[in-house]
Design a protein around this ligand. Structure first.
Ligand SMILES: [Zn+2]
Length: 313
């Protein structure tokens, strides 16, 4: 069989060639998907990427505030510049399917759903016209956000919800109610789980909430039982390797759980999470995993998982 251009690009280590090949990013937080160089150019400053790892999520957020946000206008203007950066990056790296997570307070910042969706659609049309946007509504930040759900869903703009309940904002029964409402509105159900905690959390959340996809989910690799459950139910795991290494979820790319997940038949995709902070493009993520021992042909399967029809589910 003839080698695909993606496989050739991986083997030659050419980031330029990789950047021309269509890819998906199904786990990206809307204001954090831009490249540092975009913000350097905008603010005419030098921004040094974070060296090494972060001890906590709050240290990570502080880095963003002190190194990037401080150079941007405050409020809606600065926020829109951040989202613009995500679309500029998607176009530069040929990310043809892009799922961005937006939170309720971001909608509120832009004055409600009508102006929010017009602003985001306008940015996509201007900066990434060839990219299919799959917007996720990120939930789990503050309990009052649920009051806005009916109105937000009525616009039929979001394609999924992305539950981020790391701080324990909701009980499982509250999450079930939220997911039920989202399902009734035809939305894809995703949740951040299995980044920290136990392998069994991944199963519990997936089963109780009826999840379609899991953000991170890498701790599932610790349990054959959990991996079998994910594989049998075709639950997709949207993995973010550099995020995991920098937040010390795993030691390095060679020991990253994606190797085990893939070998056990779990459907995985490769994604950036917070590109602006972790400073690793999608093309770089693929190349790092190739250099860490993943077969180019397996990475091709993973790339197709993301851009294929089912990658959009
Ligand atoms: Zn994330």
């Amino acid at each position: 069989m003839e080698e695909s251009s993606f496989v050739t690009a991986l083997k030659s280590g050419s980031l330029q060639a990789l950047s021309r090949i269509p890819k998906s990013d199904l786990h990206s937080h809307a204001g954090r998907g831009g490249h540092i160089s975009f913000f350097e150019k905008f603010a005419n400053v030098k921004i040094t990427p974070h060296d090494g790892s972060f001890e906590s999520l709050s240290e990570m957020n502080l880095w963003l505030k002190e190194n990037v946000k401080c150079h941007l206008p405050q409020g809606a203007e600065g926020y829109l510049k951040q989202v613009e950066g995500s679309f500029v990056q998607a176009a530069a790296d040929n990310v043809t399917v892009l799922a961005l997570s937006f939170c309720v307070d971001e909608i509120q910042l832009l004055g409600g759903m009508e102006s929010f969706k017009n602003a985001i659609d306008g940015l996509r049309e201007n900066y990434a016209p060839d990219t299919v946007l799959l917007p996720d509504l990120g939930l789990g930040y503050f309990p009052e956000e649920v009051n806005d759900l009916d109105e937000i869903f009525s616009y039929k703009w979001f394609s999924g919800v992305d539950i981020m309940n790391g701080a324990g904002t909701y009980t499982m029964s509250e999450l079930k109610r939220i997911c039920g409402k989202a399902k009734d509105n035809g939305l894809i159900l995703k949740a951040h789980i299995g980044e920290f905690g136990e392998a069994e959390d991944v199963w519990r959340y997936a089963e109780e909430l009826g999840l379609d996809q899991i953000q991170h989910g890498v701790l599932a690799a610790k349990s054959e039982k959990v991996m079998r459950y994910l594989a049998e139910n075709r639950i997709q795991i949207n993995v973010c390797p550099t995020s995991n290494v920098m937040l010390k979820v795993c030691a390095d790319y060679k020991t990253h759980p994606i190797h085990t997940l893939f070998a056990n038949g779990v459907r995985v995709t490769i994604n950036t999470d917070d590109l602006l902070i972790f400073n690793s493009t999608l093309s770089e993520e693929y190349l790092k995993l190739y250099r860490a021992g993943m077969k180019a042909s397996d990475l091709e399967v993973i790339r197709k998982n993301g851009i294929g029809r089912e990658g959009c589910l």
